[in-house]
Design a protein around this ligand. Sequence first.
Ligand SMILES: *Cc1c(COP(=O)(O)O)cnc(C)c1O
Length: 414
Amino acid sequence: MGIAYFTCSVCGSTYFGQEVQYTCPRDGANLDVHCDFETAETKPGIESVLLSPKQSIWRYASLLPVPDPGFAYTPLHQVGLTPVYQPELLRERLGLKQLWIKDESRNPSASFKDRASAVVVARALQTKEEVIIAASTGNAGAALACMAASVGMHAIILAPRTAPPAKVAQLLVFGAQVILVDGNYDQAFDLSIAASQTFGWYNRNTGYNPFTAEGKKTAAFEIWEQVLRKLDSAAPPLTIYIPVGDGNIISGVYKGFQDLLSLGWIERLPRLIGVQAEGSAAIANAYLAGKDTIEPVNAVTIADSINVDLPRDGLRALRAVRETHGTYIKVSDEEILQAIPILGKVGIFVEPAAAAAYAGLVRALATGQQDSAAPVLVLCTGSGLKDINAVMRAIPAAPVIEPTTESLKKVIYG
Ligand SMILES: *Cc1c(COP(=O)(O)O)cnc(C)c1O
C-alpha cells in the first residue's frame, strides 16, 4: 500500500521517498517500484486478497504502491477483474489441452490501459497533483481521460494527428483537453515531458512514469487468482501471449508474477510470450538477434496500439521473456486481421493489437514453439470498437437487399 524504495532497471541504483519522480537521475532508465510489503515483517496473507469484496484491481491494494483511493462508485473502481473465457471451439481448433482468453475490453474505457491509468491517478491524488498529462496514440490517453474524469482531475492528452478517430472521440467525450500533434507518437512523447517540466503537470507516459507498470501488474494477480491457482502444479507451466509495443504491459505482468513468487504465492513463473507486428518489431528483433540494445524501427502496422518506433520499456520487456523462458514472436498484419473474426466467432471483439496476441499463438503452434499439452492464456488487450476502420478490413461487407422475403431467401439459401 506504500512505496519502500525505487531501483533503476539498468544501473541498479536505489532511491528512497522524494528522491525520484519518474526515471533514474543517473541514466534516464525506467525505475522499478518496490512496494512496502517487500520489506514488511508481516507479509500480506492470501486471504486478504481472496476474501476481498472488491471486484476490481483494488482487491490487490496490499500489493500495490498506492492505497485504494476511494471513489468506490466510479469507473476507477471498475478497473480490472476482467473475465477469462474458455472458448471450447478455439481450444479444439488449436488442439490445445487448456485455453483461456482474458478479455481486457471489459475495462471502463475498453482497454488494458485502464489498469495503469487507475494506479497513476491514485498516485496523483496521493501527491495532490492538479493536472495530469500523457502522450498517447489512443488507449492510454482514453484510459487516463476516463480515470481522471472519475475523480474530477484535469487531463491533457497529446496524440499524434494520425490516431484513429474513435479513440480521439473517446478522449474528447471523457472531457480531456485533447491536442493533436502534427508529428508521430515519439514527438508527442517528448513534448509531453517538456510540458511537465515547464508547467509542473504530472506525467503518465508509458516507459516514463514508474507507476504504469505497477498498475499493469494487476493482470498477473488476476491470472493467478482466476487461472494459476486452479492448475495442476505437475502440468507444464502456463504460457501467456501478450501483445507488445512499448513493452510496458509485458514488463508489468512480469513484475506481478515476481511479486507473487517473492511472497511464495506461486512456485514458478509462467512463460511469457511477447507478440509483435512484423512491421513494428524492435524488441522482437533484439531478442531474436540475442542482443541487449534495441534499435528503433520505422514502424508500420495496422495494429496501431503496438505501432512503436522506439519502445520505451524495451529492456525490461526483453528481460521478462528471457527470465520466464518465453520467446518473442512476430506476426504479419494479415495474420492479425485473420484473428479478428476468429475471436469474434466465440463472442470476443478485439482491436488489431489484441488480435496480434492470438495470431502469435497460432504462429507458435504452427512453428512448434508451443507445447499443446501446456495451459495457454491469451491476453486480449483492447476492444474492436476502438478501431472500426481496421476491423472492417478483416470482414466481408454485408449484402444489401430489397425488403422482401424473396430477396432474403436468395441471400440466405442461395
Ligand atoms: C498499449 C497496448 C498494447 C501494448 O502495450 P505496450 O505496453 O505498449 O507493450 C497492446 N494492446 C493494446 C490494446 C494496447 O492499448
